[in-house]
Design a protein around this ligand. Structure first.
Ligand code: NAP
Length: 331
C-alpha cells in the first residue's frame, strides 16, 4: 500500500484551478520516537486554504509550493511511538491533504466518534463551530430579542452561528445563495427567515426579514452583502467580521459604499481569527459537542469521494457549490 498526497503545485492568480495542485504517491510514513502515524478518514476543505495558496502577508504562513497542501483531517492512529496517542485512537491532526500523515502531537486532539460522528469534529464540533461560537459570543454579543443576520448561512460556520443565536433567544436571519439553501436554513436549521442574495432586491428583502433592523451581523462574505446589510444596522450594533469569501479571488470585489453607516449608527466592527482565542476553544468545543450530542444543533455535509477529487471540491466550495460543510471521504 502507498500513501497519496496532494501538493500545492503553483500559486493561483485569481480563481483556483485544478492545475494548481498535483497528486503524487509516496511511502506510508513510519513513526519515529515521539511521533504517531494516522490513517485519515475525512479531510476538511475550508475557505482559509485559498489564502494559504497566496504568498501575501496574512495571519498565517503561506502553504509551500511543492509540499503537501495544508489542512486538517480526522482519522485513526495506526502506529505510535508517542506517549499520549496509541494505535486505535481517533484523532484530529493538521497532516494536510494526504491519506496517511505523521504527527508529533502538536495541534492534534483525541476525539470520540461514539459521542458525535467522526466528521462532525471537522465541522460544528471543530474549527468552524468554534469560529461561530467565538464570533457570536465574543464579538456579536447578542441579547435575547435582538436580530442577528448571518451570511453564508447554510455553511459550516454560518449554520452554527445562526443556531447559536436562536438558542440565545434572538431572531436569526440568514443570507444564502439560492432557494434550496434558504429553505434548508429556515426549515431544517430553524432560522426565522433567510434572504436569497442571488434573487435580487437584496435591500428590500433584508428590510422585510429584519423589521426591527439588525443588531448583530455575522459576516462571512463581505462585498455587496455587507454593503446591503450596513444600510439596516441599528444604532450601537455589532459586526463580527469572520470572512470575506466574495473577494478571496478578487479583493476589488470587497468594496463597500455604505461606509457612513459606521458613523451614523456607531457600529462596532471587529475582525477576528479563531486562533486568536485559544483559551476559548475548550469551553466552545465542550458546549458545541453537548449541543450536537443532544440534537440541539444540526448540520449538513457535502462529501467528495476520494483524495483525487479534493481539488475540484475545493474549487466548488469557493463558488458556493457545496451545501454544508465540505469534506473529502478518504476511506
Ligand atoms: N475568522 C476565522 O477564524 C474563520 C474561520 C473559519 C471560517 N472563516 C470564514 O467563514 C466563512 C465561511 O466558512 P465556512 O467554512 O463555513 O464555508 P461555507 O459557508 O461552508 O462555504 C462557503 C460558502 O460561501 C458562500 N459564498 C461563496 N462565494 C460567495 C460570494 N461571492 N458571495 C456570497 N457568498 C459566497 C457560498 O454559499 P452561498 O451559496 O450561500 O453563496 C459557499 O457555500 C468564509 O469566509 C471563511 O473564510 C473564518
Amino acid at each position: 500500500m502507498k500513501n497519496k498526497k496532494i501538493l500545492l503545485a503553483a500559486r493561483p492568480r485569481g480563481a483556483v484551478e485544478e492545475s494548481h495542485f498535483r497528486l503524487v504517491e509516496a511511502e506510508i510514513p513510519r513513526a519515529d520516537d515521539g511521533e504517531f502515524v494516522v490513517r485519515n478518514h475525512f479531510l476538511s476543505l475550508d475557505p482559509y486554504m485559498r489564502g494559504r495558496m497566496d504568498e501575501s502577508k496574512s495571519y498565517a504562513a503561506s502553504a509551500v509550493v511543492g509540499e503537501v497542501m495544508v489542512g486538517t483531517a480526522v482519522g485513526e492512529v495506526i502506529e505510535s511511538n508517542h506517549p499520549k496517542f496509541k494505535a486505535g485512537d481517533f484523532v484530529e491532526t493538521r497532516t494536510g491533504w494526504q491519506l496517511y500523515g505523521k504527527s508529533n502531537g502538536g495541534g492534534a486532539r483525541k476525539i470520540d466518534p461514539n459521542y458525535v460522528p467522526l466528521s462532525a469534529y471537522l465541522g460544528a464540533v471543530g474549527m468552524p463551530g468554534v469560529t461561530a461560537w467565538i464570533g457570536l459570543n465574543e464579538h456579536g454579543k447578542p441579547k435575547a430579542g435582538e436580530t442577528v443576520v448571518v451570511s453564508a448561512a447554510s455553511g459550516a460556520v454560518g449554520g452554527t452561528a445562526g443556531q447559536l443565536a436562536k438558542l440565545k433567544g434572538c431572531r436569526a436571519v440568514g443570507v444564502a445563495g439560492g432557494r434550496a439553501k434558504c429553505d434548508y436554513v429556515v426549515n431544517e436549521l430553524g432560522f426565522d427567515a433567510c434572504v436569497d442574495y442571488k434573487a435580487g432586491n437584496l435591500d428590500a428583502n433584508l428590510k422585510a426579514a429584519c423589521p426591527k433592523g439588525i443588531d448583530v451581523y455575522f459576516d462571512n462574505v463581505g462585498g455587496p452583502v455587507l454593503n446591503a446589510v450596513l444600510g439596516h444596522m441599528n444604532a450601537f450594533s455589532r459586526i463580527a467580521l469572520c470572512g470575506q469569501i466574495s473577494g478571496y479571488d478578487d479583493p476589488d470585489a470587497l468594496a463597500v459604499k455604505n461606509f457612513r453607516a459606521f458613523l451614523v449608527n456607531r457600529i462596532n466592527l471587529r475582525g477576528f481569527i479563531c486562533s486568536d482565542h485559544l483559551e476559548l476553544w475548550k469551553p466552545a468545543l465542550t458546549e458545541l459537542g453537548q449541543l450536537l450530542h443532544d440534537g440541539k444543533i444540526k448540520y449538513r455535509e457535502s462529501i467528495a469521494e476520494g483524495l483525487e477529487n479534493a481539488p475540484a471540491a475545493f474549487i466548488g466550495l469557493l463558488k458556493g457549490k457545496n451545501f454544508g460543510k465540505q469534506l473529502v471521504k478518504l476511506i
